[in-house]
Design a protein around this ligand. Structure first.
Ligand SMILES: [Zn+2]
Length: 75
């Protein structure tokens, strides 16, 4: 179960994995965990999803999406 909801609820776990990786002691051989800055709210977020841009898509991804919808309605 590796999805957005899980990651959002388990930032402490991912942060721990990231710190171990940085220290040269990763949990897995090729742990893809990385640190990103959310494009929505600018917070630090740890993730294993390669395409991830937001801390939580339902929270920050929708902000951009709603803006697009409003613009489309106005047009
Ligand atoms: Zn965010």
């Amino acid at each position: 179960m590796w999805n957005c909801d899980w990651e959002y609820q388990h930032q402490d776990v991912l942060k721990n994995c990231y710190e171990r990786k940085m220290a040269g002691r990763p949990y897995g051989k090729n742990d893809p965990v990385r640190k990103i800055i959310c494009e929505g709210c600018g917070c630090v977020f740890y993730t294993r999803i390669w395409s991830k841009k937001y801390c939580y898509y339902k929270k920050c991804g929708n902000t951009g999406y709603k803006k697009q919808l409003i613009q489309r309605r106005l047009a």
